[in-house]
Design a protein around this ligand. Structure first.
Ligand SMILES: N[C@@H](CCC(=O)N[C@@H](CS)C(=O)NCC(=O)O)C(=O)O
Length: 211
């Protein structure tokens, strides 16, 4: 049986999982869901109720980084192979973006929901992006000609930061990050990952073969 991917198009975690599946040419049945109406079929296999979820006959992966690791178990063509130093930098940066950047990004984007002032959190996002700017030299991806796991893991979150206030984002000094994001958003990989699918309806059994 083909693995089943529960996914939500706009979720940055689901985006990176979809990109890994595209890069590794791992076929699955994509079931597009809404976070406000999660299907029982998904909650039965992963009670925490987050996407992405990848279901196999004998196991379930419900962390995007685990899905990426599974997809990349055997080297995929056109994906950058890390040196040890790059791998360590990549791990540190993915961790930084998943924890600290995401924390401030949520508070920046949804300040009214949190009842707080967005400015401090916008500033914290800016500091992290300036730090990233100092560490990278994209040509055009972070580690050179080929996309890396770091690119696909952090760029969906940087994109959300742009979307929160494009005028502010584009007027910042982290120009390499801005160019990298532009390149990413126009890449075939991202465009394929963002293809629209109709909602999965268990009654119609209308999951779609992905990628
Ligand atoms: N650590 C998880 C986080 C996944 C996550 O938080 N996804 C969000 C959507 S972007 C979600 O499903 N939230 C549940 C909800 O909003 O009900 C992963 O990497 O897969």
């Amino acid at each position: 049986m083909m693995p089943i991917l529960y996914s939500f198009r706009r979720c940055p975690y689901a985006m990176r999982a979809r990109m890994a599946l595209i890069l590794a040419s791992k076929e699955c049945e994509l079931r597009e869901i809404l976070l406000k109406n999660k299907p029982d079929e998904m909650l039965e296999i992963s009670s925490k109720g987050t996407v992405p979820v990848l279901q196999f006959t004998n196991k379930v992966l419900d962390e995007s980084l685990d899905i990426i690791s599974w997809a990349m178990e055997s080297p995929a063509p056109h994906v950058h192979t890390y040196t040890d130093a790059e791998e360590s930098l990549s791990k540190d940066l993915i961790n930084l973006f998943d924890i600290k950047f995401k924390h401030h990004l949520d508070r920046y984007k949804y300040s009214s929901r949190y009842g707080i002032d967005p400015e401090d959190h916008q500033e914290e996002c800016k500091v992290i992006l300036e730090n990233l700017e100092d560490k990278i030299n994209p040509q055009p991806w972070i580690f050179g000609k080929e996309v890396s796991l770091l690119d696909i893991s952090i760029l969906p979150f940087i994109r959300q930061c742009k979307i929160a206030n494009p005028d502010w984002f584009f007027s910042q000094s982290f120009v390499k990050v801005i160019d990298l994001l532009n390149y990413f958003e126009n890449s075939d990989l991202f465009i394929r990952a963002m293809q629209k699918y109709e909602l999965w309806d268990p009654k119609k059994n209308n999951g779609k073969i992905f990628p």
